[in-house]
Design a protein around this ligand. Structure first.
Ligand code: FAD
Length: 479
């Protein structure tokens, strides 16, 4: 029987720059690529609705790419270890390769799988296929993890010069023998039963080709204006690569290599590379502080007096984009429709939820988890804890965004608000971010009936800011 290896694919659904696949091909004549759907092993962070949609299409894209090179994807559902063991028994495989994941549940699961398969006599090998640097590689002088991004990046950025070139996709793959148990991707039941996904399908092309098309678009121009345009939600100023990075359809190493190939020095693309640095930083934080998806890094916030009265109603209004604060509502509707939200707006909506509405950041993180196509435990945890003021390198709690001023500054003509809140579309720019302050005659000339077509603001921004600061003072003095 030919020497056979299994490549256990997870969040690395690509053929290019895939170290586990490359190592399997180097070691064995026959390579069996498998995807095992085992959501409960990621508990309590099983993939949400939007990432399940993405996964379905990403698997279909991978199937097509494998077929083009003469191979086939084995798809299975169920507990990982028995599924791998059954596959090993069926194929006579003696080796198993995968790329590492870093969130707490999968770290534990992967350790168990490695130990059990090794005890069975199977050669197991894991690789770094997701990050520029392993979470344990960039250390402080004291040998621990960094908790401040700027210090982390000062240490990490010079190492970009030594990055290895990305691995090319194999031209051909050995055929996968017939007769191995597999199921159609449709059988994984990843698509929603009630079809709310039309907006997602319009906005995205999951898979490796979709990722590279976005990268090309970004390198054709936006990367050069990224420093200024990245904060303007009405403009296509960012790469939109986050869901592809999350699912491992493209690697940060490939992105950096493409930037360099386009003739740009790292220094020219620094603001953009820095954001890839935040992704690295978030992953090292999650790896070293695995309790943070549910608990604040700053323990004082465990006793924060979150609002209890009307909490459910307020949360539902925020989720539906009915807060009466246009930039927030535009963001929440963009999220619902496309599965993505601009970073500046993510910060604004998260600030409104945690500070003005004084609802727990964990509620916001859960909603994002279910609705974002890029829902990523490391980045989402970091983003929410940062905005709530309780995370690593967090914005100080007392710096509370005023969403009206943020809207006026970053969406000065209101183009973003008009796109997602069409009922406000005719308001002049002076009032687009605060229709509640507009004179009655302006509102009626523009066809806006507050409380009917568009809600009154859910909170008084000034008063709620004061309440939030008082709540913070209470935990500060207790701490
Ligand atoms: C409350 C909140 C929640 C968030 N949840 C997520 C999440 O679940 N998944 C996710 O990928 N990002 C999350 N982010 C970070 C950021 O908003 C997105 O990565 C970014 O908007 C994705 O758009 P892009 O691909 O066009 O980014 P670009 O600006 O083009 O940046 C390139 C890549 O760098 C990484 N990146 C950019 N900004 C950040 C950041 N602040 N932190 C970590 N990595 C970053 C992403 O992988 C991104 O694709 C969150 C931010 C906040 C404030």
């Amino acid at each position: 029987m030919p020497e056979t290896a299994i490549v256990w694919l997870r969040r690395d659904l690509r053929l290019a720059d895939n170290p586990a696949l490359r190592a399997a091909l180097a070691a064995s004549e026959r390579v069996i690529p498998v995807y095992i759907c085992a959501p409960d092993e990621e508990s309590p962070w099983q993939p949400g609705g939007a990432t399940r949609w993405w996964l379905h299409h990403a698997l279909r894209a991978l199937e097509a790419a494998l077929a083009q090179r003469g191979a086939r994807l084995i798809v299975a559902r169920g507990e990982t270890l028995p599924t791998l063991r059954a596959l090993i028994a069926q194929t006579g495989a003696s080796r198993c390769f995968w790329n590492r994941l870093y969130d707490p549940a999968t770290v534990e699961r992967d350790k168990d799988v490695k130990q059990a398969l090794r005890a069975d006599g199977i050669h197991c090998e894991s690789h770094n296929g997701a990050l520029l640097f392993e979470p344990w590689e960039i250390k402080t002088g004291g040998g621990g993890p960094y908790k401040v991004f700027s210090a982390y990046w000062r240490r990490a950025a010079p190492r970009l010069a030594q990055l290895q070139a990305p691995l090319p996709a194999p031209d051909a793959l050995p055929p996968v023998p017939s007769g191995i148990d597999s199921m159609p991707v449709e059988g994984l039941d990843l698509l929603p039963r009630i079809r709310w996904d039309a907006g997602l399908a319009e906005a995205w092309q999951p898979g490796e080709d979709g990722a590279h098309a976005l990268l090309e678009r970004f390198l054709a121009g936006p990367v050069d204006r990224y420093g200024e345009a990245r904060d303007l939600p009405a403009e296509p100023g960012t790469s939109r690569l986050s869901p592809h990075l999350h699912r491992g359809e493209i690697t940060p190493r490939q992105i950096i290599a493409a930037v360099r190939r386009s003739g740009r020095a790292d220094a020219d693309a620094e603001p953009f590379l820095r954001e890839l640095g935040w992704r690295e930083f978030s992953h090292q934080m999650l790896y070293h502080f695995p309790h943070t998806p549910l608990e604040p890094l700053d323990p004082r916030f465990a006793d924060f007096p979150w609002r209890t009265e009307q909490a459910e109603t307020l949360l539902a209004s925020w989720q539906r984009g009915r807060t009466g604060i246009p930039i927030v509502d535009a963001g929440m509707r963009e999220l619902w429709h496309t599965g993505w939200m601009h970073n500046r707006v993510r910060m604004i909506v998260a600030s409104l939820l945690t500070k003005n509405l004084r609802l727990p950041w964990q509620d916001g993180a859960r909603w994002f988890w279910d609705t974002l196509v890029d829902a990523d435990l490391a980045n989402n945890t970091q983003g929410w804890q940062w905005t709530a003021g309780c995370g690593a390198d967090a914005a100080p709690y007392f710096r509370i965004f005023n969403p009206v001023r943020q809207g006026e500054r970053f969406d000065p003509d209101g183009a973003y608000v008009r796109r997602w809140c069409p009922e406000l579309g005719r308001l002049p720019k002076k009032w687009i971010h605060q229709p509640g302050e507009a004179p009655d005659d302006v509102l009626s000339a523009c066809g806006v009936r507050l409380g009917k077509d568009y809600p009154h603001p859910l909170v008084d921004l000034k008063a709620s800011r004061k309440d939030a600061l008082a709540a913070f003072d209470a935990i500060k003095s207790a701490g």
